[in-house]
Design a protein around this ligand. Structure first.
Ligand code: UD1
Length: 417
């Protein structure tokens, strides 16, 4: 899916089931190394990032296979603590493996993940947390070498509630000696899902979803079967699709509580939002209204992973909106692409001022990153004419078959080789 053509003008209508969450699946896959028995995962999305994580697990010696819709990972056969360089660089979340590889083998050797399109993305909080659990870490020649024969519980107080660092420390602490308390932990629903998985394996973790997580170390866990939570960012993206095309979309098999920050914005824009127990429906029959102020924040604040898609919606709204990106320093690359489609926006450091235009027009644009690419796909759907998105393979890092999902809702996204 390196280029896609998006045909403008259709109203998205109908029902779509949310896929399993990528950001829950990745740390859970890392966690499979903590037990030597087979793990069966239900609802694990088929995505490039997940595929890369599975290749890394295989390179460590794990046995991985699909059984119908389930994914089975057996790390009983794992022997290797050195993460492969190329694959790990491609998948930033391979950094989650530090904690679990270290716990399993008392040693871990990983390439430095480096920066990415949305910002510098340092890993200082991951490393300082692991050091507090008594790991010895040497950073040398672009690699991180960790030793931790005697991981010991500690109080880890994060100065910022990093999602990845919270997950990494949870993984390292499960089999450590004694109790670990994480303070100022991230509260994202994916962390609650990781806790659910770890407890299903017999580990003792509580408090996820609050800023204080407590992990009592136990020597071994056991195999289990676990269903991964629905993807709240994919849910939100297709709901914005309804709003932006003046359509009517219900996302089913999802958790409305996890997209509340978005739903309140869509309500403020003038959309009709209906919450069900495991579904959400958004309908719009007119041009949406601007939203005066939105800022991204850690959960339960407005998610940075939906900022580009909301940005696109506000680009066609009536009036002027202000969006502040607090989480990543370089996450407005979609702004310049939207301008090629006739959008009116100005970026001042981390603040975007968006003046809604009546209609976008088709153009050739570039997906610089995963969520920015999804935002351009939405822009293409509501534009006049066709939009060609280059590097659209980036969208498939997080969306399962977006062309088919949008096709089922009445839109057209065509792969171009
Ligand atoms: C996770 C999500 C990503 C989402 C992000 C914020 C996964 C696989 N990815 O990424 O989709 O956008 O949460 O909700 O779950 N930081 C540091 N030092 C560190 C770690 C982070 O300064 O050691 C900074 C980052 O540069 C960034 C901010 O903290 O500015 C948030 O990062 P973090 O919460 O760690 O995000 P990720 O876990 O990388």
């Amino acid at each position: 899916m390196s280029n896609v053509l998006v045909r403008g003008g259709a109203k998205l209508t109908g029902e779509v089931a949310a896929q399993g969450s990528k950001n829950a699946a990745l740390p859970i896959l890392a966690a499979t190394l903590l037990v030597k028995e087979p793990i069966r995962l239900l609802n694990c999305p088929r995505l490039r990032d997940v595929g890369n994580m599975l290749h890394i697990l295989e390179s460590l010696g794990c046995t991985v296979y699909r059984d119908g819709n389930d994914l089975v990972v057996d790390s009983g056969t794992a022997t290797n603590f050195v993460l492969p360089t190329a694959l790990s660089r491609e998948l930033r979340s391979s950094i989650f493996l530090l904690g679990s590889v270290l716990s399993r083998f008392s040693e871990a050797d990983a390439p430095y993940p480096g920066g990415c399109e949305i910002g510098n993305r340092p890993i200082d909080l991951h490393l300082s947390g692991l050091r507090q659990l008594n790991a010895e870490i040497v950073e040398q020649g672009g690699r991180i070498r960790c030793k931790g024969a005697n991981l010991t519980g500690a109080v880890v107080d994060f100065e910022y509630p990093s999602v990845g660092a919270t997950e990494n420390i949870m993984l390292a602490a499960c089999r450590a000696n004694g109790t670990t308390v994480i303070r100022n932990a991230a509260c994202e629903p994916e962390i609650v899902d990781l806790q659910g998985f770890l407890c299903a394996c017999g580990f003792r973790v509580k408090g996820a979803g609050t800023p204080t997580i407590c992990i009592e170390g136990v020597k071994t866990g056991h195999g289990t079967s676990y269903r991964i939570m629905p993807d709240r960012i994919v849910t939100g993206t297709y709901l914005i699709g309804a709003a932006i095309t003046r359509g009517d979309v219900a996302v089913t098999d999802t958790r409305p509580d996890t997209v509340e920050a978005l739903l309140s914005k869509l309500g403020a824009c003038g959309c009709t939002v209906t919450r069900y127990e495991r579904a959400v429906r958004v309908a719009a029959d007119a041009r949406v209204r601007a939203v005066a102020f939105t800022e991204t924040r850690p959960y339960p604040g407005f998610p940075t992973d939906l900022q580009p898609q909301l940005f696109t919606l506000l680009s066609i709204a009536q009036g002027t909106s202000v969006v502040v990106e607090n989480v990543f320093e370089n996450r407005f690359k979609h702004a310049q692409e939207l301008k090629k489609m006739g959008a009116d926006n100005r970026i001042l450091d981390r603040t975007a001022i968006i003046t809604g235009v009546g209609r976008l027009h088709g153009a050739t644009v570039t997906a610089h990153d995963l969520r920015g690419g999804a935002a351009l796909m939405l822009a293409g759907l509501c534009a006049e004419g066709d939009t060609l998105i280059e590097h659209a393979e980036r969208i498939e890092r997080g969306y399962e078959q977006p062309d088919r999902v949008i096709g089922a809702l009445g839109g057209t996204v065509e792969r171009q080789g």
